[in-house]
Design a protein around this ligand. Structure first.
Ligand SMILES: [Zn+2]
Length: 66
């Protein structure tokens, strides 16, 4: 799981490029901020990994204006 605790904030961190989003005051808000930013959570074995919109773009090779 890649929402890090930086007291008093919860900070979403991309597992691919380690980019961070601004900290949120609750875990739930951090999850929402991730989704709002176009991030994707996926299962990696027993863990979850979070991929930011930039890395998804790189991975898929296309953008929303194509
Ligand atoms: Zn990334």
């Amino acid at each position: 799981m890649s929402i890090e605790r930086h007291w008093p904030y919860f900070v979403p961190v991309c597992d691919c490029c380690e980019k961070q989003l601004p900290g949120e005051e609750s875990f739930r808000n951090a999850v929402r901020a991730k989704l709002d930013a176009g991030w994707e959570s996926r299962r990696d074995g027993d863990d979850w990994e979070d991929i930011c919109a930039d890395c998804l773009f790189e991975e898929k090779g296309y953008g929303r204006d194509q």
